[in-house]
Design a protein around this ligand. Structure first.
Ligand SMILES: Cc1ncc(COP(=O)(O)O)c(C=O)c1O
Length: 416
C-alpha cells in the first residue's frame, strides 16, 4: 500500500520535476510594475512579450477607471450566491446579451473561468451515447472536458480534414447504433502555433455528416475578423458554428468567459452547467469591467489596428531575417529553433539578462525533443522600436545557439 503524499513527492510530474532549477526564474517568474510591454523582472526592466493582453486594454486608463469605480460601488461580494439561486443581476444579463450580439448568436451565458466553463459545457452537452470528435492539438480545457466523457471520443490530426472526416465516419457508425449524436470540438486560434482552426473545412463536412460544432476561440476574440468577433467571423462561418466559447483572459484582459449559441440550447445550459450552478456568480466589478472592455472593442477599432501593425511588423521582420515562425495566421508568434532543453535555458537566460527581453519558452515534453519555441505575444501597446530591438536580439541569440555557445551547462547555474 502506498502513502499518497509519498507517491506525489516521489513523482512531482513532468513540470514539477524541474522545480529546483526552474522555480522563480523559468517557472513562476514575477513580472512587476504596470502591465505592459515594459515590466520589471528580478529588479530590472524587461521588454515583455509574454502577456495575452492583445489589445493593450489591461492598463488602459478607461479600463482602469471602470474597474476601480465598479469595485468602489459594489465591492467584490456582490452578487452573492450562484446565478440560479441568488447571484443574478441586470448587468450580468446585459453583458450576456451584448456578448451574444457581438459574436452573432442569439444568447450567451457568463462563465466564471474559461477552463472550468469548457469542461462543464462538454460535460453538459454529451452523454454516453454520444461521440466526441476533436482536434489533436486542443487546449487542456478541451482535453480534460473530453476525459470526463463516458462515451467514445475520437481525435483527428491537427487541422487535417481527411483525418477529421475519417473520425466522423467512425463516429457516425457508432451513433447510428447508439442513437446518440456527434459533438465536434476545435479552437478558433491555437494558442501555441497561432494556427487558425480549420473551421471552414469542418463546416463543409456538415454537408455529409450530422454533427454540432463547438469552438474555443480564446485567442480569436478581439483579434480576428472585421469587427474582432473572432475566427468564425474571419472565416465567414459564424452561422455554422453551433456553440462559440471565449474567455475574458486574453483580449479582454480580465477574468471570466462566456459561451454563446441558440437560445434554447443556452437555456438548457443555464439549467445544466454544473460549473455555474454550483459556484458563485462572477463578481460585479468583473461584469461591469467586461461591459466597458466590450464597448471599447466595438467602438475603438484602433486597438485591433495597432495590434495588427505590430503583428505584421514582427512576423514579416522575423521571416525576412530567416526565422521559422511556423504557419501562424494570427497574432500568436512562435519562433522555432533547434536545440536541447539545456540549451534553451541558457538561451532564455541570455535573452533575459543580457538583452533584457522576456518571452515564454516552450520545450520538450510540450513539443518534440530537439525543438525550442520562443513564443511572442504582440500587443497593441508594443511599438515598432520594440519589434526592431527584438529582431536584432533574436538574430544574435540564434547565432549564439548555432555556434554552440549555449551548450555550456555552467552558464546559467553559475549565475543563478
Ligand atoms: C484556448 C484556451 N481556452 C481556454 C482557456 C482558459 O481560460 P481561463 O483562463 O478563462 O480559464 C485558455 C487560457 O486562458 C486558452 O488559451
Amino acid at each position: 500500500m502506498a502513502d499518497i503524499f509519498e507517491k506525489v513527492i516521489r513523482n512531482m510530474g513532468p513540470l514539477g520535476a524541474h522545480i529546483k532549477e526552474a522555480h522563480g526564474y523559468f517557472t513562476f517568474p514575477k513580472l512587476e510594475g504596470d502591465i505592459g510591454p515594459t515590466m520589471v523582472f528580478n529588479g530590472k526592466e524587461k521588454l515583455n512579450w509574454s502577456l495575452n493582453n492583445y489589445l493593450g486594454l489591461a492598463n488602459h486608463p478607461e479600463v482602469r477607471k471602470a474597474d476601480a469605480d465598479a469595485a468602489a460601488q459594489y465591492g467584490l461580494a456582490y452578487p452573492m450566491g450562484a446565478r440560479m439561486m441568488s447571484g443574478n443581476s441586470n448587468p450580468h444579463e446585459q453583458l450576456e446579451r451584448e456578448l451574444a450580439a457581438f459574436v452573432g448568436k442569439e444568447d450567451a451565458i457568463l462563465l466564471n473561468y474559461g477552463y472550468q466553463g469548457v469542461l462543464s459545457i462538454i460535460d453538459a452537452m454529451v452523454d454516453r451515447h454520444d461521440v466526441i470528435v476533436y482536434d489533436a492539438e486542443s487546449h487542456a480545457c478541451i482535453v480534460d472536458g473530453v476525459r470526463l466523457h463516458q462515451g467514445h471520443r475520437f481525435q483527428f490530426k491537427h487541422n487535417d480534414m481527411e483525418s477529421c472526416e475519417k473520425q466522423l465516419q467512425r463516429a457516425t457508425r457508432l451513433v447510428e447504433k447508439s442513437g446518440g449524436g456527434i459533438f465536434v470540438i476545435t479552437e478558433g486560434v491555437f494558442g501555441m502555433s497561432g494556427n487558425q482552426g480549420n473551421l471552414k473545412g469542418i463546416v463543409a463536412l456538415k454537408d455529409k455528416y450530422n454533427f454540432r460544432l463547438f469552438i474555443d476561440d480564446a485567442h480569436g476574440f478581439g483579434t480576428m475578423g472585421k469587427t474582432g468577433s473572432g475566427a468564425a467571423e474571419e472565416q465567414g462561418v459564424i452561422d455554422q458554428v453551433d456553440l462559440h466559447f471565449s474567455t475574458f483572459a486574453k483580449s479582454m484582459a480580465s477574468i471570466g468567459a462566456f459561451v454563446a449559441g441558440p437560445k434554447e440550447i443556452l437555456n438548457y445550459l443555464r439549467y445544466n452547467l454544473r460549473s455555474q450552478i454550483y459556484a458563485k456568480s462572477l463578481p460585479m466589478p468583473l461584469v461591469v469591467g467586461a461591459l466597458k472592455r466590450l464597448d471599447m472593442i466595438r467602438t475603438q477599432p484602433e486597438h485591433k489596428e495597432n495590434l495588427w501593425k505590430i503583428v505584421n511588423a514582427l512576423q514579416s521582420g522575423l521571416k525576412e531575417s530567416g526565422f521559422n515562425i511556423g504557419t501562424t495566421s494570427t497574432p500568436v508568434t512562435p519562433v522555432i529553433l533547434n536545440g536541447t532543453v539545456a540549451e534553451s535555458t541558457h538561451l532564455t537566460f541570455d535573452l533575459r539578462e543580457n538583452y533584457d527581453i522576456f518571452c515564454s519558452i516552450v520545450v520538450y515534453p510540450v513539443i518534440p525533443k530537439g525543438l525550442i519555441i520562443l513564443r511572442l505575444i504582440p500587443t497593441a501597446a508594443h511599438t515598432l522600436a520594440d519589434v526592431e530591438r527584438t529582431i536584432k536580439a533574436f538574430k544574435e541569440i540564434k547565432q549564439n545557439l548555432e555556434s554552440g555557445k549555449y551548450k555550456h551547462e555552467t552558464l546559467v547555474n553559475a549565475a543563478l
